[in-house]
Design a protein around this ligand. Structure first.
Ligand code: ADP
Ligand code: MG
Length: 699
């Protein structure tokens, strides 16, 4: 049955159309002012909104509401309350007050706060974010909220994200004013987050304890048919996958999320979903909802959606491509090169601002993509290396080089162009000029940051980009506002910026080993692990940046530092413990039994007349015996190290230990176990193999 998509779209979302239709005009206008201009909202107005929201929610099948928020774990949280309130005669009425809409007090003492709540107040509160629409999910009205401590500290990712959006809006406004865009009131950072994921048959996935506990395979030798065939990328969709994608899209459309593109990715069983871009805040909320819905719908279709960054060793990992730009409220994309010389120059200012921001805050960008899971992906296979660099494409590169050297820019047709107030050549927007290996690529009218892990919140990355760009624009505006000769000052500013920061631009193959050496020569950071990266979070230059633009206080950053490292340690702890269990309970016993059977078979053979001088049984038994010995010793060593790690109370030392000691021990255990898997019969190995998993969705 064909569904009416325009009617379906946003039907479970309290969006502008619904507000306009259901709110009294005065209320709608007041709310709109709050959304557009951050104007404070009175409780009276909130009460009217709450009432309308409740009626709308009930009509659409909701009985509960929740303040939906994003604690520092990077996931989402909700606590459900029914709309019911007691009435006379022991009856109930459905009620939802303005107060309940604006503020909530979740019993949230178990969310990580990095010590912020204990030092201020024992509890935190949630505050309505009217700039992200409320929506109905599973019969619950979800109200997007920020989560703060009573001392005013952010305990979530939304608060700093909103602060960073304000910072970049304010500074970008100063720049566009200089270019005559005086009617612009607000500038929004926009994001489209492409999401990669794997789909595995549920029955196969649930036979793997590692997938159940950690979302990735901790053991497993490579399949005979891997991605080397490259026949999966953009290949035709299997019908189960197609049905899944169709349902995911429909669920997202209902919530007003514009999921648009769906296709297969490079690795077998890997796919991608791309939404249409919206404000960074909405994009972050929508991406969280998207991940949740993908997981849920997959189960309904008897599949498991793996969002881990590296579910399979030796196979491409999954990331999120964070497409970022800045847009005025009058609809101008500031990273669009434009057609007139003035638009071109304005574009170059924003382009150079991003270049400088990325170069100066490489460490923060790397931290924003740091997690135990993503460490397996960065630097491995088809994924960006841990070095941050930018790709602009040949044309822009040429333009910047000409600008820097005060030369004419000569385009491909040999036409000379002045670099005074210059006219840009027509920049290609097609895929031919793409460099898929660059972690930070200019793609025609936006930048694509490709380092973020598939399982991570995109909030962190956008907090960094917004704030760092705000800082650079602030500096630029300071210079240009004072200039007596605007054109000359602009020219000098761009020239100096290019000269000082061109080291971050790299157009070659980012996956090439030679690049890492070259990057080192250029003085670029190469922070290989989460711990290496997070160690830079509290560098004074980073604290200064965030404090200056009111995005994070020093205390909040210190709390974030602890939480990043704690999360990292926790994840590796679970993985290491799972490995120990799998090894002790299944792999070692299986292997011992098989060796025993081989020895018995050999003995029988030796006694029989069929005897030959050498025995495959003996050979295999010897080989497996040796590997079993290695597995056993490695398991013991890992178990001992895990116990040691558990007792450490210094957060940083503990994370270091997980990184430098436990991870290598896990590798040491996996290696002989994988040899055993390879050498033992299929029916003896206790788990589905990589081949079984990756090709588990057959039609
Ligand atoms: P590609 O050429 O990379 O495939 P698409 O047009 O498919 O580009 O866009 C990829 C993603 O970038 C989509 O999610 C899209 O909505 C997003 N995007 C496009 N323009 C912008 C913009 N101005 N700001 C933020 N994201 C954008
Ligand atoms: Mg892309």
């Amino acid at each position: 049955m064909m569904k009416n998509i325009p009617e379906l779209f946003g039907s479970m979302c309290f969006n502008e159309a619904v507000m306009k239709e259901r709110l009294p005009e005065k209320t709608y206008k007041a709310l709109k002012k709050t959304i557009d201009e951050n104007a404070p909202l009175s409780e009276d107005i909130a009460s009217v909104v709450a009432d309308a929201m409740k009626d709308w929610a009930i009509e659409n099948g909701a009985v509960y509401y929740t303040h939906w928020f994003q604690p520092l774990t990077g996931a989402t949280a909700e606590k459900h309350d029914a709309f019911i309130a007691p009435a006379a005669d022991g009856k109930v009425i459905m009620e939802f007050s303005g107060k309940e809409l604006i503020k909530g007090e979740p019993d949230a003492s178990s969310f990580p706060s990095g010590g912020l709540r204990t030092t201020c107040e024992a509890r935190g509160y949630t505050a309505w974010d009217p700039t992200s629409y409320a929506f109905i999910k599973n019969g619950v009205l979800c109200i997007p909220t920020a989560f703060c401590s009573f001392g005013g500290h952010a305990l979530d990712k939304k608060t700093p994200l909103l602060r960073s959006m304000e910072a970049v809006s304010k500074q970008a406004l100063r720049i566009v004013k200089l270019f005559g865009l005086t009617d612009v009131k607000k500038i929004e950072s926009t994001v489209g987050a492409e999401q990669e994921y794997f789909l595995i048959d549920k029955e196969a996935a649930f036979k793997r304890k590692d997938i159940i506990y950690t979302g990735r395979t901790l053991f497993g030798s490579n399949p005979p048919k891997g991605q080397e065939l490259d026949d999966h990328y953009f290949g035709s969709l299997k019908s189960r996958v197609s049905a899944f994608m169709g349902e995911v899209n429909e669920e997202l459309w209902k919530l007003g999320i514009m999921a648009k593109t769906k296709h297969n990715e490079v690795a077998p069983a890997q796919h991608e979903l791309a939404p249409i871009f919206v404000s960074t805040n909405l994009a972050t909320d929508q991406n969280q909802i998207t991940m949740e819905i993908m997981k849920k719908v997959a189960l309904k279709h008897n599949m498991v959606c793996l969002l881990h960054e590296k579910p399979f060793a030796g196979v491409n990992g999954s990331g999120k491509h964070n497409n970022w730009s800045l847009s005025t409220d009058t609809g101008v994309n500031l990273l669009n090169p434009g057609k007139t010389p003035s638009e071109n120059m304005q574009f170059l200012v924003f382009l150079c601002a991003v270049i400088k921001a990325v170069d100066e805050y490489q460490d923060l960008l790397r931290i924003s993509a740091a997690s135990a899971g993503n460490d397996h992906r960065l630097g491995a296979d088809e994924a960006p290396p841990a070095v941050i660099s930018m790709f602009l494409g040949d044309d822009l590169d040429g333009v910047l080089a000409a600008l820097e050297k005060d030369e004419h820019y000569v385009d491909k047709e040999g036409v000379k162009m002045d670099t005074g107030p210059m006219v840009l050549p027509n920049l290609p927007k097609d895929n031919t000029d793409r460099n898929r290996t660059s972690p930070f690529a200019f793609t025609g009218n936006k930048f694509e940051f490709r380092m973020v892990g598939s399982n991570q919140s995109i909030a962190d990355a956008n907090i960094v980009i917004n704030t760092a760009v705000a800082k650079v624009l602030d500096g630029f505006a300071g210079v240009l506002e004072q200039a007596e000769d605007f054109d000359a000052a602009l020219h000098t500013l761009l020239k100096q910026t290019i000269r000082a920061h061109k080291r971050i631009i790299f157009n070659g193959n980012g996956y090439d080993d030679a690049w890492q050496k070259e990057a080192q020569k250029r003085g670029l950071l190469n922070l290989k692990t989460t711990v290496d990266a997070v160690e830079h979070l509290l560098d004074e230059k980073n604290i200064a940046l965030y404090e200056k633009y009111g995005v994070y206080t020093r205390e909040e950053l210190e709390a974030n530092y602890d939480i990043y490292l704690e999360n990292y340690s926790k994840i590796i702890h679970i993985e290491a413990s799972s490995m120990v269990k799998m090894s002790q309970k299944e792999i070692i016993p299986m292997s011992i039994e098989y060796v025993k059977d081989l020895c018995e078979a050999s003995n029988i053979k030796k006694q029989s007349s069929a005897a030959v001088s050498t025995f495959a049984e003996d050979d295999l038994a010897k080989k497996l015996s040796a590997q079993t010995e290695l597995v056993y010793k490695a398991t013991e060593a890992l178990e001992e190290a895990v116990h040691k790690a558990e007792k450490m109370d210094d957060i940083h030392a503990q994370a270091r230990f997980y990184c430098d000691t436990i991870l290598p021990l896990m590798k040491a255990l996996r290696k002989p176990a994988d040899v055993i898997e390879f050498s033992c019969p299929r029916y003896r190995w206790p788990y589905p193999t990589y081949g079984d998993l990756l090709l588990s969705v057959k039609e």
